[in-house]
Design a protein around this ligand. Structure first.
Ligand code: AZE
Length: 182
């Protein structure tokens, strides 16, 4: 059904960023290569008066193989020709945490319950993605509603990541603000 070409991935039609704004809890994720957010991932999307989208995100990370801390991240989004495809510039509150410039595609959302996000960091010669990450977001920290699971599974399959996700929990994780000395 799908050829796994990144350029052929269908994203959310008539994406409405205003309805997308607010808090989303990651309930499942597919990791990229390298360091990544572990769990307790909460993202907050904001739309400014001029329409510009920004976000903050928190999540548990382990750095230097033993330090568990909470990453506080900031992101700004650049628009593209497709309203559901953004370029995301992001950085950590702690200067040495992480910076990056990734795709941020909204594959599917009903705005009130679920959203499927996708980012391909590296495309191979054949046009498929060789380093991607993806979040399944929910408006509810407890997870997806049963009635949203079918569509989410379908979308995971469409982006060729079915079976590659892990559930992630958001449970009263104490999110410490840590001073890091580089
Ligand atoms: C996302 C929601 C929108 C804002 C941001 C997001 C991604 C954040 C990361 C953070 C990685 C941090 C690491 C720290 C050591 C998509 C969740 C910024 C990818 C690896």
């Amino acid at each position: 059904a799908q050829d796994c070409q990144v350029d052929n991935i269908q994203v959310m039609q008539n994406f409405n960023r205003t309805k997308y704004a607010g808090t989303w809890y990651a309930v499942a994720k597919k990791d990229p290569v390298g360091l990544f957010l572990l769990d307790n991932i909460v993202a907050q999307f904001n739309i400014a008066e001029d329409g510009q989208m920004t976000a903050t995100a928190e999540g548990r990370v382990i750095i230097l193989q033993q330090w568990e801390l909470c990453a506080h991240m900031f992101a700004t989004f650049e628009d593209t020709y497709d309203p559901a495809k953004f370029k995301m510039k992001y950085w950590g509150a702690a200067a040495n945490l992480q910076t990056g410039y990734d795709d941020h595609w909204v594959i599917s959302t009903d705005y009130d319950n679920y959203a499927v996000h996708y980012a391909c960091r590296e495309k191979g010669y054949d046009g498929t993605c060789i380093d991607s990450y993806s979040f399944v977001f929910s408006r509810h920290p407890t997870g997806l509603r049963p009635e949203d699971q079918y569509i989410v599974t379908q979308k995971k399959q469409e982006i060729c990541l079915l079976g590659k996700y892990r559930r992630v929990h958001t449970i009263n994780f104490f999110c410490p603000t840590v001073a890091i000395f580089a």
